[in-house]
Design a protein around this ligand. Structure first.
Ligand code: GDP
Length: 453
């Protein structure tokens, strides 16, 4: 990430909107703002946080554009620096021109995530909050968004910081024992120190419980709809999406390729994949489609295996068994129950099974219940409190693994070795919040941001 002294600028809004925002951050932002923009009032500490109408102008190239400017005085800005934001018409060309004249006036083009990096370096956010900014932008379901908002408010960071503080207290005791062990100071007993460490590991384990939520809500779940041709796979895809994406016909073998769409099931972001029907086909294109279906089934986190109640039940179950037996992530879905005589009995599938009729919209809620239960692995009545990402989880595990060593060495009163273990755990936790993060970790994290954030 670039140095913190430069004044940086970038377009902070996406393309195609009616209004664009050009953000300038750093100690020269006020001077740069006043040199490229002129309004009824000057941008100044006196006029901070006022939206003032004026014009962005440049003589060379000749340019004049009506724009609103706002000055945020450090530290009361997103980055913690002095910030000027210019709002102009949203056209790509106009926006680029405003940025260009800001760059000509002395600002440097900001790198991806550099505004948020400054906010982190200026102590406005910890690392988990900075990461949450990315999660808010990319959230694909309202549950993912709510969790990202909570993380942005600092819930996860505070939790980790508190756990880390417990270990820091134990470490300082171990270090004083190393330095002043001979003196009879008022030491905490090893038992007391161990109970503090236990409290910290309980806290870490409690957070680790939310790793599924983290993976599910950030990356979404791959749900594959599979089965023989004509069982209603495309109809189910359309139903779950809420609009007609796939072509539904009564001709078997019409879906020749996999169709993939993003949806939200019970607020969980889901990648729904409709596959070509599995059957013996003598047509090259259909066979290619079937190969792709089988590959998708392998990568699926959940497979909805559709069975047609109006077809031959034994043949339906045979195909299911061929492809799904031994897998724990398959839900058998008997479809077209509207065609089933009231007295008719369906053969057992041996796995989780739901009966639906897409035609009559029946059984769909139950199907969703099954999907939800399979995703979370346990009943999930309310929203999770937090969600840890795979980066957080790896560091929590690293911290947790260092703890038993510390406990053992405290028990044997080997303070130096206990300190080594404690420092490993503290450093892992500090890399979550950023208290201990090295420049390359920060670069890694912030480079994932978009420009202007
Ligand atoms: P796919 O080949 O598995 O994707 O199946 P489609 O979604 O294209 O559906 C095949 C045929 O079954 C279409 O004519 C649908 O209208 C029909 N179909 C789908 N679901 C139902 C249902 O619940 N009941 C009845 N009666 N027909 C259905």
């Amino acid at each position: 990430m670039g140095n913190l002294e430069d004044t940086i600028a970038a377009i902070s809004t996406g393309t195609g909107g009616a209004v664009s925002i050009i953000r300038i951050s750093g100690s020269d932002s006020l001077a740069i703002g006043n040199s490229i923009w002129h309004g009824a009032l000057k941008l100044s500490p006196r006029n901070r946080r006022k939206a003032i109408l004026g014009k962005c102008t440049s003589r060379n190239p000749l340019f004049s554009e009506q724009a609103i400017a706002i000055f945020y005085q450090a530290p009361h800005s997103y980055t913690g620096d002095d910030v000027v934001e210019i709002q102009c018409h949203g056209g790509a060309l106009v926006t680029r021109k405003v940025l260009e004249i800001a760059l000509m006036a002395g600002a440097r083009q900001a790198a991806p995530g550099e505004f948020t990096f400054r906010a982190f370096m200026n102590g406005k956010l910890d690392l988990t909050q900075a990461e949450a900014v990315c999660d808010i932008i990319s959230a694909q379901s309202s549950m993912a968004l709510n969790l990202a908002e909570r993380q942005a408010a600092g819930i996860l960071g505070r939790n980790v910081h508190e756990i880390r503080s417990l270990l820091v207290n134990v470490l300082s005791e171990c270090e004083s024992r190393m330095d002043f062990g001979e003196e009879n100071l008022d030491w905490q007993s090893p038992k007391k120190l161990i109970s503090t460490i236990d409290k910290a590991s309980e806290g870490i384990s409690a957070l680790l419980k939310y790793r599924t939520e983290g993976a599910v809500l950030r990356e979404g779940v791959r749900v594959v709809i599979a089965g023989k041709p004509n069982v209603g796979k495309s109809s189910l895809l359309n139903l779950l999406l809420g609009y007609d994406r796939a072509i539904v016909t009564s001709l078997p073998g019409t879906t020749r390729d996999t169709v993939e769409e993003l949806a939200s099931i019970r607020n969980i972001p889901v990648r729904l994949i409709d596959t070509a029907g599995i059957r013996e086909a003598d047509n090259i294109i259909e066979n290619k489609g079937i190969e792709r279906s089988l590959a998708s089934i392998k990568q699926a986190q959940i497979i909805l295996w559709l069975l047609d109640v109006s077809a031959n039940p034994t043949a339906e179950i045979k195909t299911l068994n061929e492809h799904a037996s031994g897998k724990e992530n398959v839900i058998a879905v008997w479809n077209k129950t509207d065609l089933l005589a009231k007295s008719a009995k369906l053969p057992a599938t041996g796995i989780e099974t739901v009966k639906i009729s897409i035609e009559e919209r029946s059984g769909i809620d139950e199907l969703m219940d099954h999907i939800e239960k399979m995703i979370w692995g346990y009943p999930h009545a309310s929203e999770p409190e937090t969600a840890v990402s795979s980066r957080h989880a790896a560091l929590l595990v690293e911290a947790l693994e260092a703890v038993p060593g510390a406990v053992e060495k405290i028990r044997s009163q080997e303070w130096e070795l206990a300190s080594v273990n404690l420092r490993a755990a503290i450093s892992a936790l500090g890399r979550i919040t950023g208290e201990d993060a090295s420049p390359d970790i920060l670069d890694e994290i912030f480079s994932r941001f978009c420009i202007g954030k």
